[in-house]
Design a binder for this molecule. Structure first.
Ligand SMILES: Nc1ncnc2c1ncn2[C@@H]1O[C@H](COP(=O)(O)OP(=O)(O)O)[C@@H](O)[C@H]1O
Ligand SMILES: [Mg+2]
Length: 655
C-alpha cells in the first residue's frame, strides 16, 4: 500500500499511490516512462531491438506473464559477450605484465648483481620501466572500458525493472510495500553497480593472477611449490567454503533488512500527517530504531564473518611464507637454489596471497550482488495478474454499453466479495451504485475498468469481453476518477492534461471551468503553471478531487467511473458540483459511486450493493430509478428517508 490508507481503503483502489497506479496501469501517456528517460529509452530500443527493453512500449506481457527466462547474472550478461571478452583479454594481458616484476628482479640479482655486470642490471631496469608503463596503459584502458560497460548494464537493468513495475497489475502494489519496491530499484541495483564496473573484472584479474603465479611457482621450484600447496591450500579451501556458506546467508538477510528500512521510511514519510495527528511520532522513532537496528545486526554479522575470514587467511599466508623462507633458505645453503630464485619465490608468494585477500573482499561484493540478483529475479518473474491475451484485439470506438454477466470475484479467491452479479448499463446512461461501506461498490468499478479480472463470469463492453481487448484500447475509452486522486509532481497544467499531454492551455482551462476549478487557478499567482506538490499536499482534498475531475473531463472517455469522486467537496457548493457532474457526464455512460444521495438520485438508475441477510458475499439487492426504489419501500427508500430527515434537520443536504 502506498498511501496511509489500509488495503480496504475506499475509492477506486485505495490510497493516493494507487491513484498513480491506476493511471499507470491505464496506459496513459506519462505512465510508462518518465519523460526525462523517454528519449534515452527510444535510443536504446533503436540500438538494441532484440533486448527485452523493447517490451517497453506498454506491451503487456502475454500469457506467460513474467519474463520468459528467470533473471540470472549469466543471462543478463549474455548479450555482452563480445565486450566482456575484450575486457577479459585486457585482464589477461595486464595480469601477465603485473607478474613480470619478481621475474625481472630475479634476473637482476642472478645475472646482474651476482655477476657484477652493471650493463645487464641497467638494461633489466630499463625493461622493468617499460613494462610498468605498458601496464599502466593497459590498466587504464581496462578500467575505462569496463566502467562504461558496467554503467550500460546498470542503466538497462534499471529500465527493465522500471518497465516491469509499470506492467504489473494493481494487486501487486496492494500487497507489496512501496518502500520495499524502491529498494529493488535503489539499494539492490546499487550493490550490483559495485560489482559491475570493477568488481566482476577484478574478480577475474585476481583469480587469473592466482593461476599465473601458481604456474610460475611450480616452474621455479616444484619442491617449494608443492610444500606450499600441501600446507596452505587445504586450510584456505576449508576456510573459504565456510565463509561462502556464512556470507551467502548473511547477504540475503542484509537485502531483506535494508528493504524493511526503506519501507518503514517510506511509510513514515508519506503518512507523516496521520502520524503527527495520532501522536505516534515517538512510537515511530522507536519502531524505526528497531528496524534500523535489525539492519545493523545483519551488517554486523556479515562483517564478523569477513573479519574472521580475512585475518585468518592472512595468518595462514604468513605462516606459509615463514615455512618457505626456512625450507628455501636451507635449499640455498645446500646450493639447490639461487638467491635470486628464492627472492623471486618469496616475492611471488606475497603476490600469491594478495589476490586471495582481494578475492575475499570481492567475494563479499559478489555475494551482495548475487543476493540482489536473487531479489530482482523474484521481482522480474512476477507476472501481471491481469495479462493481455496474445493477439488481443483493439477495442473499436464504443457506444458505451456495459454488462456484468454472472460476475463473481474475491481479492483472495478464498474470500469471495461479489457473487453472481448481473448488470446491464445502456450507452449514455448514468448509473449510480449506493450501499454500505465495504459492500463492494469500488470492487465493481475495478472490475469494469479491468484492474482485476472476475473469478467467474464476464465483464463486457459493447459486447466485447474486456479480457479479449488490449488494455490500452480499453482504458483509452474508459476513465476512472478515484476518491483519492493522485497528483503528480508538476504543474496544474501537467496534472490536468495528464491523459492528453498535447492539450493546449485553452482546452485545459475549459476543462477547469467545466468542473468549476477555474477560480482556484485564477487565485493562484502562477495560474496553470502553479506547482502541485508531490501527493498534492499543498492543495485541499476537495481541490484535488476537482483537478481529477478536470483531468477526466479533458480525457473525454466514452465511459466514466466516478468512485466517490466528489466525496471531499464542499457541501455548500452542491449546486456547483451538480453542474460539474452534468458537464462531465453529458453524453457518456457513467458509473457513479455516490457518497451523496443527492448525486445518486439524479442518476437514471440506481443499484443498491449489499450483502443480502445471511449471505457472505455482496450482490445487487435493489435496482431501479429513484422513484421506483422509493416506491418499493426497500433499503434505498429507507436510506432516502433517513437522509431527508437528516438534511431537513441540518439544513444541509448530505448523507
Ligand atoms: N485490495 C483488496 N484486497 C483485499 N480485499 C479488498 C481489497 N479491496 C477491497 N477489499 C475488500 O472487498 C470488500 C469490498 O470493498 P469495496 O469494493 O472497496 O467496498 P465499497 O463498497 O466500500 O467500495 C471489502 O470487504 C474490502 O475489505
Ligand atoms: Mg469504495
Amino acid at each position: 500500500m502506498w498511501g496511509a490508507g489500509g488495503p480496504t481503503g475506499a475509492g477506486g483502489g485505495g490510497g493516493g499511490g494507487n491513484g498513480a497506479q491506476q493511471s499507470a496501469a491505464a496506459g496513459l501517456p506519462f505512465a510508462g516512462i518518465p519523460s526525462e528517460l523517454a528519449a534515452k529509452v527510444e535510443k536504446l530500443v533503436d540500438r538494441e531491438p532484440e533486448h527485452p527493453v523493447d517490451e517497453i512500449e506498454f506491451s503487456q506481457v502475454h500469457d506467460t506473464g513474467g519474463e520468459s527466462e528467470p533473471f540470472t547474472l549469466r543471462r543478463f550478461l549474455r548479450p555482452y559477450q563480445r565486450e566482456l571478452g575484450a575486457s577479459l583479454a585486457l585482464v589477461v594481458f595486464g595480469t601477465i605484465l603485473d607478474q613480470a616484476g619478481p621475474l625481472l628482479t630475479q634476473q637482476g640479482i642472478d645475472r646482474g648483481i651476482s655477476q657484477s655486470n652493471f650493463g645487464v642490471l641497467a638494461s633489466i631496469a630499463g625493461i622493468f620501466l617499460a613494462v610498468v608503463l605498458l601496464d599502466m596503459g593497459v590498466s587504464r584502458l581496462q578500467v575505462s572500458y569496463a566502467g562504461r560497460l558496467g554503467e550500460t548494464l546498470m542503466y538497462k537493468l534499471r529500465v527493465r525493472v522500471f518497465s516491469h513495475f509499470q506492467r504489473l497489475s494493481l494487486d501487486f502494489y496492494t500487497d507489496e510495500m512501496a518502500g520495499r519496491l524502491m529498494t529493488r530499484m535503489t539499494s539492490d541495483i546499487d550493490s550490483l553497480t559495485q560489482l559491475f564496473p570493477d568488481g566482476l573484472l577484478n574478480l577475474l584479474v585476481q583469480g587469473f593472477t592466482l593461476v599465473v603465479i601458481s604456474v610460475i611457482l611450480f616452474v621455479m621450484s616444484p619442491t617449494l611449490a608443492a610444500i606450499m600447496i600441501v600446507l596452505v591450500v587445504p586450510v584456505m579451501l576449508a576456510m573459504t567454503l565456510w565463509f561462502r556458506r556464512a556470507s551467502d546467508r548473511g547477504y540475503l538477510v542484509v537485502r531483506d533488512r535494508i528493504a524493511e528500512v526503506l519501507a518503514d521510511l517510506q511509510e513514515s514519510l508519506s503518512g507523516i500527517r496521520i502520524i503527527t495527528a495520532h501522536n505516534r511520532r515517538r512510537h515511530n522513532v522507536i519502531h524505526h530504531d528497531n528496524v534500523v537496528g535489525n539492519y545493523m545486526d545483519a551488517n554486523l554479522y556479515t562483517a564478523r564473518v569477513g573479519a574472521l575470514y580475512g585475518p585468518g587467511t592472512e595468518a595462514v599466508g604468513i605462516i606459509g611464507q615463514a615455512m618457505i623462507v626456512l625450507v628455501g633458505g636451507k635449499m640455498v645453503l645446500d646450493g639447490d637454489l639461487s638467491l635470486g630464485e628464492l627472492t623471486a619465490f618469496v616475492l611471488y608468494l606475497t603476490a600469491f596471497f594478495a589476490p586471495i585477500q582481494q578475492l575475499v573482499q570481492l567475494y563479499n561484493t559478489y555475494q551482495q550482488g548475487q543476493a540482489a540478483v536473487t531479489k530482482l529475479r523474484d521481482l522480474l518473474a512476477t507476472p501481471p495478474s491481469v495479462p493481455e491475451k496474445p493477439g488481443a484485439m483493439t477495442l473499436p470506438p464504443i457506444a458505451g454499453a456495459i454488462e456484468l454477466r454472472n460476475v463473481s470475484f474475491g481479492y483472495d479467491p478464498a474470500i469471495p466479495v461479489l457473487a453472481g452479479v448481473d448488470l446491464q448499463i445502456e450507452p449514455g446512461e448514468t448509473f449510480a451504485l449506493v450501499g454500505p461501506t465495504g459492500a463492494g461498490k469500488s470492487t465493481i468499478a475495478k472490475l469494469v475498468s479491468r484492474f482485476y479480472d472476475p473469478t467467474d463470469g464476464a465483464v463486457l463492453i459493447d459486447g466485447h469481453d474486456v479480457r479479449d481487448v488490449t488494455l490500452v484500447s480499453l482504458r483509452r475509452q474508459l476513465g476512472v476518477v478515484p476518491q483519492e486522486p493522485f497528483l503528480f509532481h508538476g504543474t496544474i497544467r501537467d496534472n490536468v492534461a495528464f491523459a492528453r499531454p498535447d492539450a493546449n492551455d485553452e482546452e485545459v482551462m475549459a476543462a477547469c471551468r467545466a468542473v468549476g476549478v477555474d477560480d482556484l487557478v485564477a487565485r493562484l499567482p502562477r495560474g496553470l503553471d502553479s506547482p502541485c506538490h508531490e501527493r498534492g499536499a499543498s492543495l485541499s482534498s476537495g481541490e484535488r478531487q476537482l483537478l481529477a475531475l478536470a483531468r477526466a473531463f479533458l480525457a473525454r472517455p466514452r465511459v466514466l467511473v466516478l468512485d466517490e469522486a466528489t466525496s471531499n467537496l464542499d457541501l455548500r457548493s452542491e449546486a456547483k458540483i451538480e453542474r460539474a457532474l452534468d458537464a462531465l457526464l453529458d453524453g457518456r455512460t457513467a458509473i457513479v459511486i455516490a457518497h451523496r444521495l443527492a448525486t445518486a438520485m439524479r442518476a437514471d438508475r440506481i443499484a443498491v450493493v449489499d450483502r443480502p441477510p445471511g449471505a457472505g458475499t455482496a450482490g445487487i439487492v435493489e435496482l431501479g430509478s429513484h422513484d421506483e426504489l422509493v416506491a418499493r419501500g426497500g433499503q434505498y427508500a429507507h436510506m432516502y428517508a433517513t437522509w431527508t430527515r437528516h438534511a431537513a434537520g441540518n439544513g444541509v443536504r448530505s448523507v
